[in-house]
Ligand binder design. Structure first.
Ligand SMILES: [Zn+2]
Length: 404
């Protein structure tokens, strides 16, 4: 439970109350008053409305401390759901998450590949319908769909810079097309930022004041969250720590820079180095090859272990830069590439921050692996919709696109 009033960052008192109940798990009305800074009368009215809307349940009574024992409140996790879709050329990951952020259904399907965007959008709509039917969830309880893209975002239009294989998606209006195909409100977000919202939504408030997700899929990025507010910058493309230059004479990077951390030590660079060193890789794509490389590294000393250890030192530098700029209290490693290799990267990041995090004498900094690392982007897509629809923040810059 919070020790003082939460910062006034929610769009409405109802949003603030729902978010505090979610973060606390179980809480009384009195403690809600303390945690939100709202009056008892306001809490009473808002809680009544949340109960009438089916979002909140009375779950029992606290132990008596002399007077009448307080009634305890919690979310009804089955009251609402959201769909998360991680769209990538190599695979599309679907999750159906409940109000508490728990996954109740998941599905991995073939990726967008080189198919035309409108063909892929029609398939996504059909696959979402199938997933929902398989879970038995009432479609009327689904508040929307969050789609997470592989490329940088351009306003509400879509992806501005896509992997070469997905060039057809450049400026394709993903939210509008998916909204029309599914009939649901659709939000679009980048993978690292979505993953940060997913971490926030599925964990308690007190875990962190300011944290970042370090996301490694085929690239390296970060999502930044302070007191439950996502930091989006001017266009939703924050946290591009893979493109910090650590060698001004280093190799050219696809972003236009050179000597970037991603170009020196991202999954594609590590796979290329492994191939040059004779490590046996399947050669079917960066994600699969990187998974094979980390398996070889985990098997024992040798070139694979050396290459991954070197990558981990660069990732640790990225984490240190981010932690120093933002004064973080927690770094969460997430994304499919860390899912394979957490035991190789977490110790390296922890050691670097123990040694060189600027604020280490002021406060500790946690380094952890996400519970949903492999599906973090899809889980985050669903969490983004739940937060936006049910507990919107006053500062939220991105308004969901709705089907017209
Ligand atoms: Zn770069």
């Amino acid at each position: 439970m919070s020790s003082g009033p939460a910062p006034v960052t929610h769009a409405t008192s109802s949003a603030a109350v729902l978010d505090v109940i979610r973060g606390a798990g179980i809480i009384s009305r009195v403690d809600l008053t303390r945690a939100t800074g709202l009056t008892g009368a306001t809490i009473s009215t808002v809680v009544r409305r949340l109960i009438d809307n089916g979002l909140v349940l009375e779950t029992g009574r606290a132990e008596s401390t002399g007077g009448k024992p307080a009634v305890l409140l919690s979310l009804d996790p089955d009251a609402r759901y959201a769909v998360g879709v991680h769209l990538d050329h190599a695979g599309i990951t679907y999750v159906l998450a409940n109000l508490g952020g728990a996954i109740v259904g998941r599905w991995r399907r073939p990726g967008a590949g080189t198919d035309a965007p409108d063909v892929v959008v029609a398939r996504i709509a059909a696959e979402v319908t199938t997933l929902v039917a398989q879970t038995g969830v009432d479609p009327d309880r689904i508040v929307g769909l969050g789609v997470v893209s592989p490329g940088p975002l351009t306003g509400s239009a879509g992806m501005s810079l896509t992997p070469p294989v997905m060039q057809a998606w450049t400026d394709f209006p993903v939210p509008e097309a998916l909204g029309a195909a599914t009939g649901m409100p659709v939000m679009l977000e980048n993978d690292a930022t979505a993953a940060a919202v997913g971490e926030y939504w599925a964990t308690s408030h007190e875990a962190s004041a300011c944290f970042a997700t370090l996301y490694m899929g085929t690239g390296i990025g970060a999502g930044i969250m302070a007191n439950g507010d996502i930091f989006r910058g001017a266009s939703g493309n924050t946290g591009e720590i893979g493109h910090i230059c650590v060698d001004i004479d280093g190799p050219a990077c696809w972003c236009g820079g050179q000597g970037c951390i991603e170009a020196l030590a991202g999954p594609a660079a590590s796979v290329a180095a492994a191939r040059d060193a004779g490590v046996d890789l399947p050669g079917i794509g960066t994600a699969e090859d990187f998974a094979a490389l980390t398996r070889a590294a985990l098997a024992g000393p040798g070139p694979a272990a050396d290459i991954v250890a070197r990558s981990a030192r660069y990732v640790a530098l990225a984490a240190q830069a981010l932690a120093n700029i933002l004064d973080l209290d927690r770094v969460v490693l997430t994304g499919p590439s860390f899912a394979y290799a957490a035991s190789l990267y977490v110790p390296a990041v922890r050691a670097q921050l123990d040694r060189a995090f600027f604020s280490r004498s002021s406060h500790p900094i946690d380094v952890v692996i996400s519970a949903h690392a492999a599906e973090a982007a899809a889980v985050g897509g669903a969490a983004l919709v739940l937060q936006s629809e049910l507990a919107p923040r006053a500062s939220s810059a991105r308004v969901p696109s709705r089907a017209r």
